[in-house]
Design a protein around this ligand. Sequence first.
Ligand SMILES: [Zn+2]
Length: 317
Amino acid sequence: MKRGLVLGAIVVVGDFLAAVGAAQQTPSAASIQVDKIRDNLYVLRGGGNTARFKIAKGLKLVDTKLPGWGRPILEKLKEITDKPVTTIINTHTHFDHVSGNIEFPATVDVVTHENTAKLMREMRPLTGGPEQPNVFKEKNGLGLPKRTFKDRMTLGSGDERIELYYFGRAHTGGDAWVVFPALRVLHTGDVFAGKAVPLIDANNDGSGVEYPQTIAKAVAALKNIDTVITGHSQTTMTMADLKTYGDFTREFVQTAQAAKKAGRTIDDVVNSWKPPERFQKEGYLTPEESQKLSRQPIAAQVARLRANVEVVWNETK
Ligand SMILES: [Zn+2]
């Protein structure tokens, strides 16, 4: 295979692989970086981005990182405030966003989309790997969701309000969009993990064909948002970035679909795909830049791109 072609696949899963890379890191509060987004809203980075929202009675969290990271999250939170965690919202079923749940007290309210609640009981492998540890099974269901929503749910009131939305299948079949209206902040989970090709986890009911449609619905519905916290990126984004990501995803899906209709092969797409130039200008990394940032084997990244293309292929008649 030609070198340049292989490198073309590198941009695919930088963020996700970074999370898997974090799995090899020993969990510790010291390695969690805290970024203040607003006076009462922080992001705890490392693995999936954890948001921490302070209300009068305690703390509400969005996502709890990989297995073993619940306790370090709690330790880190104690450095900022003594308030207890009352609520965990999990954006979706992936192990780098939910596994810390089991290290919180059983009294904590865990809220997810109804499909995610089902998927968290199973912790199915991701499309194209890896397997997911089922930490909930080992703990007899501790940390599993207690409350679920279908299309929409409101938690709290006034300035403490959180709005949860479901706009359809994308990264998985249960992606929650979390809005803090008073703060004009959105947490997207991994529907928007960062400026890279999406991870389309069909095995957990995600959809390539519906992915860009779901983002378009979110962009149309969610108003008055200034700041977007993504699933994995190290900086915040804007709604304009989310819209661009929707366009990027649409072009990726269309490229795979067009190739299938033209009688090309999955290998053709995997070996030739790279971000269109207008997206490179928006920060979608060129293969060379990605190679510098990624410490993961190229083969793993090619495998992930292939899995994504296969998902779109299978959904395209
Ligand atoms: Zn994910």
